[in-house]
Ligand binder design. Structure first.
Ligand SMILES: Nc1ncnc2c1ncn2[C@@H]1O[C@H](COP(=O)(O)OP(=O)(O)OP(=O)(O)O)[C@@H](O)[C@H]1O
Ligand SMILES: [Mn+2]
Length: 414
């Protein structure tokens, strides 16, 4: 399938399809079928078969319950491994998402880390979660610098499902949820959080505590008392992380360019760094930039790995700055890819399987059960399909220049 797909992408648009021998049995002269239609029908049949297969594999049942009554969130905690945060297919994923979206909130406190406004909640059963609030409507467009604007809560859910669909499994479980601040949060809020609540017009708001949350001017408001947000599962408390500066970090200043922005040979420097000379992290950076480019996240300034785990994945959490503008493709997010010209075979093959709109069709379907569905506007789904093709074209060009053996890598972590 991958090979055929690839061949199709290389067909020059407008070129007429020539009927081959194996088309003969599909050609029914009784119908008025043009040559083009024959190709389209065959292509469409194959496309929809792939879509169906992916949906079968990745659709979740949010109503699943363990027959033996297991606690879905406690189960999810046992899945965490150095190279993946959850299994590829497991009905328990649906159960855990359902619980994130619905379990009673026992405690609510200000966020514990990071620069953006969020809450730390404890759910019934003891699971800690992060709540990232809604700031914008789905069709709001952010312009300006690529990392501008407050978080997009829906991006966290899409990030989780995209990581599944790419078979990365490097994003912690996330579900959308509407909370009633008056009913679900205020009665269980710590004083620290409570004192940041205020009213604006007839809406309930809070500003919490974080680097950019100092006063009412930084607050976020519910619609009345109801607020949408992303509920992100906390990884089990025993894990510790190591924070790394991302080698392709932006300067976040208009008057200063980063080394990677002025030096096309930047990758050769990165490859000399012991951390990237061996082990999975350079390939993980490639996986992450592919993921980020599809979503439009230009804000991966740092990343974390599991402490004392030489094989640890690059944690792909925090997609908050994605989906700012569906009409802009921020090519610089792919700098690691076009400067290093290397990608895991497993990633490349998956991207090829997801072209022709298969990505958006499958994502749309597997995200349907999220309480905040639809998570994205049509324009954003289109953007993801378009960006996927950009990525494949960059890889094609790399292969032309360096050969497939150089570009397409296979490591122990593929
Ligand atoms: N699911 C999780 N489980 C455990 N720790 C987490 C989880 N998600 C995030 N963290 C920790 O919290 C930090 C901040 O989270 P996050 O990056 O989502 O917030 P942020 O405010 O957007 O941060 P930044 O401003 O750095 O982008 C992470 O760097 C990580 O150390
Ligand atoms: Mn962030």
């Amino acid at each position: 399938e991958i090979q055929e797909h690839k061949a199709e992408r290389e067909v020059i648009p407008g070129q007429d399809y020539v009927l081959g021998e194996d088309d003969a049995d599909e050609f029914n002269p009784a119908e008025v079928v043009t040559k083009k239609n024959v190709t389209l029908n065959r292509k469409e049949a194959k496309r929809s078969a792939i879509v169906q297969r992916f949906i079968e594999m990745y659709a979740l049942d949010w109503n699943y319950t363990y027959p033996d009554g297991k606690d879905a969130l406690k189960e999810a905690a046992t899945w965490v491994q150095p190279r993946s945060l959850h299994p590829e297919y497991d009905p328990g994923i649906g159960a855990a998402l359902h619980d994130l979206a619905s379990r009673r909130i026992l405690k609510a406190d200000v966020g514990f880390k990071g620069t953006q406004l969020k809450l730390t909640l404890e759910l019934e059963g003891g699971q800690r979660v992060i709540f990232k609030p809604q700031w914008f409507e789905r069709d709001h467009i952010i312009t300006g610098r690529p990392y501008d604007g407050a978080d997009r809560h829906n991006a966290e859910m899409v990030g989780f499902h995209l990581s599944r669909l790419m078979n990365y499994r490097r994003v912690p479980l996330v579900a959308g949820r509407t909370i009633d601040l008056a009913r679900d949060i205020i009665p269980v809020a710590t004083d620290q959080l409570l004192k940041t609540f205020f009213r604006k017009d007839s809406n309930l708001c809070f500003y919490g505590k974080c680097m950019y949350c100092k006063s009412e001017a930084d607050g976020v408001c519910a619609k009345g008392t109801k607020m949408e947000g992303a509920v992100v599962i906390f990884l089990p408390p025993q894990f510790e992380y190591k924070k790394h500066r991302h080698p392709w970090q932006r300067t976040y200043r208009d008057d200063k360019k980063a080394r990677w922005e002025v030096d096309d040979a930047y990758c050769s420097l990165v490859k000399k760094v012991p951390l990237y000379r061996e082990g999975p992290l350079l390939n993980d950076i490639m996986d992450a930039c592919v993921f980020d480019y599809m979503m439009g996240n230009a804000d991966r300034h740092h990343y974390e790995t599991f402490k004392d785990e030489p094989d640890s994945m690059l944690m792909m959490w925090d997609s908050g700055k994605s989906f700012g503008n569906p009409y802009h493709d921020e090519r610089t997010i792919l700098a690691p890819l076009y400067q290093c010209c290397r990608i895991r075979r497993s990633t490349w093959e998956r991207l090829q399987l997801l072209q022709e709109g298969i990505l958006s069709d499958v994502l749309k379907s597997i995200m349907k059960q999220d309480p905040l569905s639809p998570l994205l506007t049509e324009a954003h789904f289109k953007a993801m399909d378009r960006r996927l093709i950009d990525i494949l074209n960059i890889i094609d060009k790399c292969i032309l220049n360096h050969g497939e053996d150089y570009v397409i890598v296979k490591d122990r972590y593929s």
